[in-house]
Design a binder for this molecule. Structure first.
Ligand SMILES: Cc1ncc(COP(=O)(O)O)c(C=O)c1O
Length: 426
């Protein structure tokens, strides 16, 4: 171990890694804190500080840090071995659980990250339809691969590079963009590209420009339009899966896509991605069909074990009922607090996802361009003050705050107090 504080570690890290980090959004000024550990709702840094964590590794840690039962299951699996390169029973068990919960899924393929899963899902949609174009939502983030790095949210937007250098124009010429919560625009683009579009890929709740829920009826309309144009609908539920409802946003909003992408929570804190769909689509995947997809670490026994245990606890302890209620109460408390303090800002979110947007005059944030109008510097001042007050929010106006099952009522009260003490003075 290197006996240094976060500042020194960061300086050292920048010598060896671009920006000192392994993923861009983790870098913020003047330097990120270095984690020493995490337990329950808390994350601890090497400088001796303790924070109530609402970043939660950007979503996977729905049970909080280092959940004992997940840890025990993982340790037991480690005893049996951690990588086989052959099929193993756990894959069947987890596949069965997921298929029972997700109406759109009859078969699935395990991969290692959400990025890999969306890449495979889009390839599958193209293979199934024989068409090339896809439609994505402006500000939607589906991982860091070429075809979707156009007007991409998350770190790409935070760092002002939503269209990455190094992506050949040819790679994105088939990626069309429409605005979230605007079904008529989607209808027009589908019309204008009739016969050429393989799929619409959408986060049912936008999660990478801050949480933006769909307006009433929007997802139904997206479903209707994609059916009408015989285009596959891909729900990227990497964030919403196992969070809004056990069966994801498709259960919560009662809209069934053709292809579902899962990740984050499904691996219980270990790397995972999942592509699932009905049998007729999935049977196109190799070795049964001609759409190629493969991975050395896919279906990793440790990940599968952690995912299974996490899903078991979510269901057994009725976790999402509590989390969704906590989300409602934290959003209501934040709205009251902003109102009482006379601060113009917009509180967004659904279920256990929430965010304060510093939008102009506190106007509603319904899509990417609304999100881009928010005052990011003001958000970063809030971020630093909250951190100083012992609360770790994601270090970007464009990332979602998450609540975990480990967050107590007292944690929430402390958090509201922390917002109260700094919200007026930004
Ligand atoms: C909606 C969505 N899709 C895909 C991804 C990519 O997942 P991963 O980071 O596991 O590659 C993310 C990551 O944040 C995401 O939020």
């Amino acid at each position: 171990m290197i006996d240094m504080g976060s500042k020194e570690l960061y300086e050292l890290a920048t010598r060896y890694m671009p920006g000192g980090v392994s993923s861009p959004v983790r870098a913020y000024k003047p330097y990120p804190f270095y984690a020493r550990g995490g337990r329950g709702s808390r994350i601890y840094d090497v400088d001796g500080n303790e924070y109530i964590d609402y970043c939660l590794a950007y979503g996977p840690l729905i049970l909080g840090h280092a959940h004992e039962e997940v840890k025990d299951a993982v340790i037991a699996q480690l005893d049996r071995g951690w990588l086989f390169g052959t099929p193993h029973e756990g894959e069947i068990e987890l596949a069965k659980r997921i298929i029972a919960l997700y109406r759109s899924i009859e078969m699935l393929r395990f991969v290692n990250t959400g990025s890999e899963a969306t890449m495979a899902g889009i390839r599958l949609a193209r293979g199934f339809t024989g068409r090339n174009k896809i439609i994505k939502i402006e500000g939607g983030f589906h991982g860091a691969h070429d075809g979707v790095l156009v007007k991409a949210g998350s770190g790409a937007t935070t760092f002002g590079i939503p269209d990455s250098r190094g992506v050949p124009r040819d790679m994105v010429k088939n990626t069309l963009q429409v605005s979230f919560n605007d079904a008529s625009q989607l209808g027009s683009v589908l019309e204008a590209n009739a016969g050429d579009v393989a799929a619409v890929i959408i986060e049912p709740v936008m999660g990478n420009v801050g949480p933006i829920p769909p307006e009433d009826g929007y997802l139904d309309e997206v479903r209707r339009l994609t059916r009408e144009h015989d285009v596959l609908l891909i729900f990227d539920e990497v964030i919403t899966g196992f969070r809004l409802a056990p069966g994801g946003a498709q259960e919560y909003y009662n809209v069934v896509p053709d292809i579902t992408i899962l990740g984050k929570i499904a691996g219980g804190g270990f790397p995972i991605g999942i592509v699932g769909a009905r049998r007729s689509i999935m049977e196109l995947v190799a070795p049964v069909g001609g759409v190629y997809q493969a991975g050395t670490f896919s279906g990793n026994p440790v990940t599968i074990t952690a995912g299974l245990k996490t899903i078991e606890i979510l269901e057994r302890d009725n976790v999402l009922t509590r989390l969704n209620a906590l989300g409602d109460s934290i959003r209501a408390a934040l709205r009251d607090l902003l109102h009482d303090a006379g601060v113009e800002a917009y509180v967004s979110g659904v279920g256990s996802m929430f965010k304060v947007f510093f939008s102009p005059s506190g106007s509603a944030v319904k899509n990417y361009s609304d999100a881009l109008r928010c005052d990011r510097e003001r958000y970063m001042r809030l971020f630093h003050k909250m951190l100083a007050g012992g609360v770790f929010l994601p270090p970007s106006q464009f990332e979602t705050n998450f609540i975990s099952f480990a967050h107590t009522d007292e944690d929430i009260e402390k958090t509201i107090e922390a917002y109260k003490s700094c919200i007026t003075d930004l």
